[in-house]
Design a protein around this ligand. Structure first.
Ligand SMILES: *Cc1c(COP(=O)(O)O)cnc(C)c1O
Length: 380
């Protein structure tokens, strides 16, 4: 059996103690067992999102929670602005189209994050916009949006701000209440180091009053049903309680370590990886780089597909390629969850080996050396 190290930006590696926790015998969910568990999970989710808002747990991947939030917060009579700067933000436009939500799209070049100025201009041009949909960390392009200043603008304009934080929450600073974000969403298989299957949301009172103000054609992801069951620490349909059990274990660990320590480690891994890429004569793709995942441009001479195949089948490192127009052009390394400096040094070494085998000219060890110097300094 070969060792596989997952460096994809979701799913990410699941720690052994989390897997063991989820291997325990099944329980029933309409019981004190589930209510007590959800109560504690809820308190810890509020810590994770840095909020006092309520936190429904959707059975489904991150998309289910984001769809529920968009549909709930955009009933007829409201208009959304979707900032589209990559593959995932395109999906939120698709949700608007699917449900007939009045919306307008603000397109940004890939590799750039959303900023308050972009949104201010779009809102000045269309007074009907009262809902802003932004991806905090656009995993497909590895671009970071300035959520704090966008939230400030949304307060000034009395608009709701819905943020896809799927590769932000638990990886990079997220301060929902301090910034004034109305809904944040994440999924279990990214920074939370769990298998896929949970969509996690935080929904504040401003968002709930919008949700209550209208009716939309939705059932399974209907936030109104989630809110009702939240009152008794229950779920509207059978929850994925095995995953919730794993979630409790993970969140206790995150609280114990502290978010600040996790944010600092993610940032260090990203800095080391970016420095390694440069030392190898490669270019980091994004302009507004995010720390949860790094995209590196592949030189024309390198066969990106073959490179990733070598890294996986020969060296045991699964990394991600590009999506959409970036397919074949970039490779991506995750810095989220159960991954540390030494795993990352290994991934950089594997990249150096795969590149060298393809005839790419570089001094072997250059990337490892650059990253190691940074980790040695930060881990004093
Ligand atoms: C992974 C991801 C999603 C999609 O989540 P699923 O869990 O696959 O539904 C959405 N947005 C971002 C930014 C992501 O990284």
């Amino acid at each position: 059996m070969k060792k596989l190290r997952l460096f994809t930006p979701g799913p990410t590696m699941v720690p052994e103690d989390v897997m063991l926790e989820m291997a325990r015998p099944m329980e029933h969910h309409r019981t004190g067992f589930y209510r007590d568990m959800y109560k504690e999970v809820h308190e810890l989710l509020q810590y994770l999102f840095q909020t006092q808002a309520s936190c429904p747990i959707f059975t489904g991947s991150g998309t289910s929670a984001m769809e529920g939030v968009i549909v709930g917060c955009c009933p007829p009579g409201h208009k959304a602005l979707v900032v589209q700067n990559g593959k995932f933000s395109e999906r939120w436009t698709k949700v608007c189209q699917t449900f007939g939500i009045d919306h307008t799209v603000l397109e940004l070049d890939w590799g750039f994050g959303a900023k308050a100025d972009h949104i201010r201009a779009a809102m000045d041009a269309d007074e009907k916009i009262d809902t802003i949909i932004v991806v905090h960390s656009e995993t497909s392009t590895t671009a970071l949006s300035d959520v704090e200043s966008i939230a400030k603008l949304s307060r000034e304009r009395d608009a709701l701000l819905l943020v896809d934080g799927i590769t932000a929450v638990g990886a990079i600073p997220v301060k929902m209440d301090e910034w004034g974000v109305d809904t944040y969403v994440t999924g279990s298989q990214k920074a939370l180091m769990l298998p896929p299957g949970l969509g996690l949301a935080a929904v504040n009172d401003r968002a709930w009053s919008r949700i209550d103000s209208g009716t939309m054609p939705t059932l399974y992801n209907d936030l109104k049903a989630y809110r009702k069951s939240l009152e008794t620490w229950d779920a509207p349909y059978t929850p994925a309680l095995t995953l919730v059990r794993g979630l409790l274990h993970v969140l206790r660990g995150i609280k114990e370590r502290s978010l600040e320590a996790i944010w600092a480690e993610t940032s260090m891994l990203a800095e080391g990886t970016r420095a390694a890429a440069e030392a190898m004569g490669l270019k980091v793709f994004a302009t507004d780089t995010v720390d949860s995942v790094t995209a590196i441009l592949m030189p024309e001479s390198v066969d990106e597909g073959a490179l990733r195949k070598t890294m996986r089948s020969k060296f045991g490192f699964q990394i991600a390629g590009g999506q959409g127009s970036l397919k074949g052009k970039i490779i991506r390394f995750s810095h989220m969850g159960y991954v540390d400096a030494f795993d990352t040094i290994g991934a950089i070494a594997a990249l150096e080996m795969a590149l060298t085998q393809q005839g790419y000219g570089m001094r072997i060890g250059a990337g490892v050396s650059a990253a190691t110097a940074i980790f040695a300094d930060k881990m004093k």
